[in-house]
Write a protein that binds this ligand. Structure first.
Ligand SMILES: *[C@@H]1O[C@H](CO)[C@@H](O)[C@H](O)[C@H]1NC(C)=O
Ligand SMILES: *[C@@H]1O[C@H](CO)[C@@H](O)[C@H](O)[C@H]1NC(C)=O
Ligand SMILES: *[C@@H]1O[C@H](CO)[C@@H](O)[C@H](O)[C@H]1NC(C)=O
Ligand SMILES: *[C@@H]1O[C@H](CO)[C@@H](O)[C@H](O)[C@H]1NC(C)=O
Length: 259
């Protein structure tokens, strides 16, 4: 009898513990990929392309089964689609149809731009796209992790994956003092943004910046920011939106638009 009680107690404790841990994640299925190589399409199943009029306009990240996080300046009034997988090829036989017949495309049915987005200074450059329906997770479709409560991994080196026309490129970038970006771009770069130095070319707007860390006994990929602007010189500074800073805004949007 005592053994049974002990077992029940241990089980209850384990359940509590794992629930507590996963409660901190926006989506429990997040941040795990099934590929050994970093540039493989399976390695970044959360990364999506935003398609407008048959063109890739920006990137974004899947954060929940129906929601994609991206930059506000990536939101267009024309019809938008979210494309999963690395290569998007417009349907030449059906001009004007664009994504409609592609099984890897999902139509966007709601665009939520931060109400204080400033197109000039690029302050509050953040938006959420709701897809027409929730997507089924698979090897190539999986959300990236966002921490509901907490600041995320305290790291200064991040990963960014950028999809060139033919291959994915993986790079390590480094956070530097905000003042360096402020003076370089002659704009306010505050806590809501992250200043990064990279020795590679600027990726597409909305591309997620992430770090892989151990969370509740599993390695998971957490999103910390996404590209908003920078130097195109392929050697310099880039500014990212600080996703952690906007966590309350993100949760509020999901609350309001999940139904
Ligand atoms: C932002 O400004 C650019 C030009 O700088 C313009 O093309 C674009 O339409 C503007 N976007 C919004 C949302 O106002
Ligand atoms: C978030 O974390 C703070 C400090 O660790 C804690 O006081 C608060 O209860 C947490 N909130 C939730 C919803 O977990
Ligand atoms: C940032 O700028 C200061 C001077 O403004 C410079 O000394 C420093 O090296 C810069 N840091 C980086 C990481 O570029
Ligand atoms: C991002 O925002 C969070 C929350 O405000 C803050 O704690 C953190 O320091 C910011 N990150 C950077 C690099 O400024």
């Amino acid at each position: 009898m005592r053994k049974v009680i002990a077992a029940v107690l241990i089980l209850a404790f384990l359940c509590l513990e794992s629930q507590e841990g996963s409660a901190l994640l926006l989506d429990r299925a997040c941040g795990r990929s099934y590929s050994g190589t970093r540039t493989n399409r399976l390695a970044n199943p959360w990364m999506v392309s935003l398609i407008v009029n048959g063109e890739v306009k920006c990137r974004g990240s899947l954060i929940k089964s129906r929601f994609v996080l991206t930059a506000a300046h990536c939101v267009f009034t024309d019809e938008m689609h979210v494309h999963f997988g690395t290569t998007f090829s417009p349907d030449r036989r059906n001009p004007g149809e664009y994504c409609r017949l592609d099984p890897n495309c999902v139509r966007v049915d709601k665009k939520i731009v931060h109400s204080e987005f400033n197109n000039q200074t690029q302050q509050n450059d953040i938006a959420i796209l709701r897809m027409q329906h929730a997507v089924q997770y698979s090897d190539i479709v999986r959300p990236i992790c966002l921490l509901i409560n907490g600041t995320g991994p305290a790291v200064d080196r991040f990963h960014i994956t950028d999809w060139g026309t033919t291959e994915a490129r993986y790079r390590i970038i480094e956070r530097i003092d905000r003042q360096n970006c402020s003076s370089k771009f002659n704009r306010q770069v505050d806590e809501s943004q992250i200043c990064v130095r990279s020795n590679a070319c600027l990726g597409d707007s909305g591309s997620p910046m992430s770090a892989r860390t151990l969370h509740m006994g599993r390695y998971r990929t957490f999103q910390l920011g996404f590209i908003i602007y920078g130097l195109n010189s392929c050697a310099g500074l880039n500014v990212y939106t600080n996703v952690t800073y906007y966590m309350d805004w993100i949760l509020n949007v999901l609350d309001n638009w999940s139904a």
